[in-house]
Design a protein around this ligand. Structure first.
Ligand SMILES: NC(=O)c1ccc[n+]([C@@H]2O[C@H](COP(=O)([O-])OP(=O)(O)OC[C@H]3O[C@@H](n4cnc5c(N)ncnc54)[C@H](OP(=O)(O)O)[C@@H]3O)[C@@H](O)[C@H]2O)c1
Length: 463
């Protein structure tokens, strides 16, 4: 049964102000861009920004505006800069570290809150992950309760917050541990790996563990606030918006696709026949925007923004498409680009040594004697870290329910369906993954030189 009423999405945002956390991040930039581009009558977009690397919060708004994501907005919407209002703060601080003046603006003006800020470092020390992912969510909720015009609070979680289960429904699952207990243990034993790993239990890392705790905090606020939780799986580049293949970070599967298409990575720990749940960026952003327009008090909705159920693709199928794209566009730096998924760790290590490490030693030696910089072994150690982070997600498979998403999709008018499209059934994986590979090359691996003509440069931020 469909519980959602038909809402005109553009009209919903007309004349309303929104508050975004995580606006400098991958999803955050795309969200702000889409709101400006498609909801032209939106009022102000307040963005929480922290000081970082010596740059003041208010200056960091340039990072958003100058992003390649904003090209079409720069051309079409001349008033866009005035609408983005930076607010200095930090998600982990009391009242988000906002000034009294800014707190008042938010309390009186904002109708929609999009909470995206998080540490997405899988292995962040638990104490720090709790400070940002859990305390930050609590602070936002405290603020939401004081907002006079609030119509929607969207919490962006992850489909893997319950990755200790095999079937994941669109509901919040209770945590087995009391939140205060977790806090006190993290406080008392911040560096004790054994204690922390016992606490994190069956969750694969501190990221998913703290995101699950934050969901519980959100659930508790359901009686007081109009809330929805959107849970994306592994977000890849955009299908179409802001431009096909657009991407600006190395998280998730991106390191693997770059590793394979450059030819530096030949083996990965995983099961080739497993469904890999990849979801394009714009599908996630459109769902977030539409979910907010449909939020209601006292009925927290959870949306699993995933492809595994409605349009599945296996690791091997994804590899085949990426490999074909690599050959088609001659993208590889090293010969024979391919990737084998191996579930046996011993076999994986043997193949890694033979297919990745030996060629890297030889290549680095050759580069050095030709007076060039040797980088291949350095890249191999980064690949090693990516494998460690990603193997859990490629060795396991989940049955992730998405019927709330499909029901919401059915409420869209034809016009909204065009503008805020999030039907994963319509994804053409051949086209989508070809653009992903090309997008990573255009936006991330910015130095296209081959090792024989210089050094292979892979961005320092790669996991
Ligand atoms: N990308 C994915 O595959 C994926 C999948 C599922 C769920 N998600 C969820 O989607 C959301 C956005 O992820 P993303 O991929 O866009 O991550 P991202 O690119 O790493 O962005 C994280 C954002 O959070 C902000 N942030 C972190 N700590 C903060 C703090 N203490 N105070 C203020 N802001 C802080 C960062 O700001 P700075 O620029 O100041 O660091 C940045 O804007 C997260 O909640 C994540 O859990 C992402």
């Amino acid at each position: 049964m469909n519980d959602y009423a038909r809402v005109n999405v553009k009209e919903f945002y007309s004349g309303k102000s929104v508050f975004v956390t995580g606006g400098t991040g991958y999803l955050g930039k795309a969200l702000i861009e889409k709101l400006l581009y498609s909801c032209r009558n939106i009022d102000n977009i307040y963005v929480l920004l922290r000081d970082k690397k010596g740059e003041r919060a208010c200056d960091r708004v340039k990072q958003i505006i100058n992003s390649t994501a904003f090209e079409r907005v720069r051309i079409r919407n001349i008033r866009y800069i005035e609408k983005i209002r930076p607010m200095s703060g930090n998600i982990g601080d009391e009242n988000l570290g906002l000034s009294k003046e800014n707190l008042d603006i938010i309390k009186q003006e904002v109708a929609v809150v999009f909470h995206l800020a998080a540490t997405v470092n899988f292995n962040e020390p638990l104490k720090d992950a709790l400070a940002i992912n859990l305390n930050g969510t609590e602070e936002i909720i405290k603020l939401c309760k004081q907002m006079t015009k609030l119509e929607a609070f969207i919490y962006v979680s992850t489909a893997f917050s319950n990755s200790d289960l095999r079937k994941i429904e669109e509901k919040v699952y209770p945590n087995t541990l009391n939140i205060e207990y977790v806090r006190s243990i993290a406080e008392c034993f911040p560096n004790d790996e054994y204690v922390i790993s016992k606490l994190v239990g069956n969750k694969p890392n501190t990221y998913t563990f703290t995101k699950a705790l934050a969901e519980e905090v959100v659930l508790r606020a359901r009686e007081d606030l109009p809330i929805a939780i959107v849970r994306p799986s592994i977000v890849i580049s955009a299908l179409k918006e802001p431009s096909p293949g657009w991407i600006d970070n190395w998280n998730g599967a991106t390191g693997l696709f770059v590793g394979m298409s450059t030819g530096v990575m030949k083996v990965m720990i995983g099961k080739g026949d497993n469904v890999t749940d990849l979801v394009p960026l714009d599908i996630v952003i459109n769902l977030i925007i539409v979910a907010a327009a449909n939020c209601r008090r006292s009925s927290l909705q959870v949306f699993n923004c995933c492809t595994g159920k409605s349009n599945p693709i296996t690791c091997n199928q994804a590899e085949t498409i990426a490999r074909r794209a690599t050959y088609k566009h001659s993208l590889n730096y090293l010969p024979l680009p391919f990737m084998w998924f191996i579930s046996d760790t011993i076999l994986y290590n043997i193949l890694r040594f033979a297919l990745q490490l030996i060629p890297s030693y030889l290549m680095d030696f050759w580069l050095l004697i030709n007076g060039k910089r040797a980088t291949l072994l350095k890249i191999q150690s980064r690949i090693r870290r990516t494998v460690e982070l990603m193997q859990f997600f490629l060795l396991n498979e989940w049955d992730i329910e998405d019927s709330n998403v499909r029901n919401l999709l059915n409420t869209l008018s034809e016009e909204d369906m065009d503008t805020f499209h999030f039907d994963v059934k319509s994804i053409n994986w051949d086209e989508c993954l070809e653009n992903y590979v090309l997008g990573t090359r255009k936006h991330l691996v910015k130095n296209p030189r081959r090792p024989d003509k210089g050094h292979l440069h892979i961005n320092e931020t790669m996991n």
